[in-house]
Write a protein that binds this ligand. Structure first.
Ligand code: FE
Length: 151
C-alpha cells in the first residue's frame, strides 16, 4: 500500500498535459494510445473489464488518476464497462462531441485529458447517468479485504 501511495505522488509531479505524442507512444500500449490519445473505441464486448465484478478502483491507464469505484459499476449490456457515477467530479471532464453525426458528451481524464468514453442519460438510479467507458483506457486496482486473515 505504501508503494502505491508513493507511486501516485510521483505521477502527480508529471505534467501530463505537456507530454509529447512521442512520449505517450512510449508510455502506452498501441491499444491504449489509440483510445486515450486518438479517441478510438474498443469494439463492444472485446475490451477489458466488461464483466469485471471485483471490488476496487478503476484508474486512468494514461496517468493513474482515480476515476470510478467498482460499486458504481453496473451491467449495461452495452459491451463496455459502465458506471453510474464518477469517483470525484473533479477527476473527470466532459466535452461536447459532435462527431459521427451525433451530439454526445465525451468523458475525459481531467489530469492527462485522455479520452475515456461518453456519458448518456439512460443510466440507473440514483444518478440516471451511464458512463460508457473504454476498458482499454482504464487500469483496475483490486481491493483485497484481508480483515479475516489478520485476526
Ligand atoms: Fe489520465
Amino acid at each position: 500500500m505504501e508503494e502505491e501511495i508513493q507511486e501516485t505522488d510521483k505521477q502527480e509531479e508529471t505534467n501530463y498535459q505537456n507530454m509529447s505524442e512521442k512520449e505517450w507512444k512510449q508510455r502506452l500500449t498501441a491499444e491504449q494510445y489509440q483510445i486515450l490519445r486518438n479517441k478510438s473505441t474498443d469494439r463492444a464486448f472485446t475490451g477489458p473489464f466488461v464483466g469485471n465484478k471485483a471490488t476496487g478502483i478503476y484508474v486512468c491507464a494514461g496517468c493513474g488518476l482515480e476515476l470510478f469505484l467498482s460499486d458504481t459499476k453496473f451491467d449495461s449490456n452495452s459491451g463496455w464497462p459502465s458506471f453510474f457515477q464518477t469517483i470525484n467530479q473533479d477527476n473527470v471532464g466532459l466535452v461536447i462531441d459532435r462527431t459521427h453525426g451525433m451530439t454526445r458528451e465525451e468523458v475525459i481524464c481531467k489530469r492527462c485529458l485522455g479520452h475515456l468514453g461518453h456519458v448518456f442519460n439512460d443510466g440507473p438510479a440514483p444518478t440516471g447517468l451511464r458512463y460508457c467507458i473504454n476498458g482499454t483506457s482504464l487500469k483496475f486496482n483490486e481491493i483485497v479485504n484481508d480483515i479475516h486473515t489478520n485476526t
